[in-house]
Ligand binder design. Sequence first.
Ligand SMILES: *Cc1c(COP(=O)(O)O)cnc(C)c1O
Length: 488
Amino acid sequence: MTAPAATGSGREHLSPEEFVRDGRIVLEWLARYWSRIEDYPVLSRVHPGEIRSRLPKDPPEAGEPFDQVMRDLDRIVLPGLTHWQSPSFFAFFPSNSSGPSVLGELLAAGLGVQGMLWATSPACTELETHVLDWLADLLELPPEFRSDGPGGGVIQDTASSATLTALLAARERATGFESNRVGVRAPLVAYGSEETHSSLLKAVRIAGLGSDHLRSIPVDPKTRAARPEAFSALVGEDLAAGRIPCFVAVTLGTTSTGAFDPLEEIGRIAREHGIWVHVDAAMSGTAFLCPEFRHLQAGVETVDSYCFNPHKWMFTNFDCDAFWVRDRRALVETLSVTPEYLKNRASEAGAVIDYRDWHIPLGRRFRALKLWLVLRHYGAEGLRRHIRAHVALGQEFLRYVEEADDFEVLTPAPLNHVTFRYRRPGADQDDLNLRLLHTLNASGRLYLTHTRLPAGIALRMVVAQTSTTRVHVQGAWREITRTARSLE
Ligand SMILES: *Cc1c(COP(=O)(O)O)cnc(C)c1O
């Protein structure tokens, strides 16, 4: 790039040589960070306001040398980080990164194209469509989800946006596209289990259904999965009261306990009533790259939409949610708005996909690049190998807990998410487990989070970080047992 001549005393843009020089420093910094990540406490130890107190009050008037910025990255930013890329990060769900993904992200940033329309950068759209067709095949999703069928895939920023987008399309399908015009007047109802992710409630509010119109399907007390007969009963009540059931979210791998809703039965009930079935497999969808885990998504053949987050477990850095619909017409008809300034021949000829009609924002980044680099670096075979290794480690941890007399497993753990607690006769179990959690996390050697079940507080162990190996899982178990047994 040749910059226009600047006047005044402000600094010039980076020259290509300076860009390479600074870029090399950044790549080397990251490589060193990743290789030394176990030296840092996994959970950041700073207090609220501590990081800001070290930053200058005013923005820089004059430009600063790059090495000063990097020095402050080490000095100010690093202590304020929780290390999500640590192999001893077992909290929430992972937010995995990897070399190929970061390089894809860098390329996307440098190219800086906007993919809102096919015409604004054809490769941005076509690579995304193609990579999502690849992924649909790799997860063995229904053929209708492919772009050469009636449906297709799109990258959303998050699973939350995917669920909202699906709900909007379901709302319009249920009202003959009337809500878009007159607002939501029909008493539409959406369903999700008691354990459904909080993003469903947010979507119901944003889509104008109103939170009173979100039904919570009771779960089985042991498996924590939605009970189909309870879903059927709720639908019956709503129909009898003149309401219109329009959407059900089926979660494959809940956030609290990793439960799998019975997709086949819920799907069957939903279909009888024309209810849109959306699968939220944000975390566990990645497992379905491996055929031996696909029994957990039995019934996927008939769903209306599906999403999972490569940005959790598939070594692709945030943000990257893969979202598919069976029939793209409902989606496009719901979201398409075409002012004069966006009109172009390719769109008008109907020959292309314009992804702005498939999600909420207009502008969109070239996110397919990082997914493409990840798929090409690992190959399906490499991805399966790493996923299987995580599941095997999850199962190994499960056995440790099962075999310890003073610990118990609280929910089924078919993959890599184990819900468990420490037990001590006569003690307040909740207090004991919360103290265990805080002591473990304060040690800096690992990071776990908790959930609440009817039985009380439970700890969650999720084995899915890119660099986690057996050493880290065994180390975590040693740390957990040692700490628990030495609690006052
Ligand atoms: C993580 C998660 C979400 C939210 O994901 P975002 O991409 O952050 O919106 C929703 N549902 C499930 C099941 C999840 O695991």
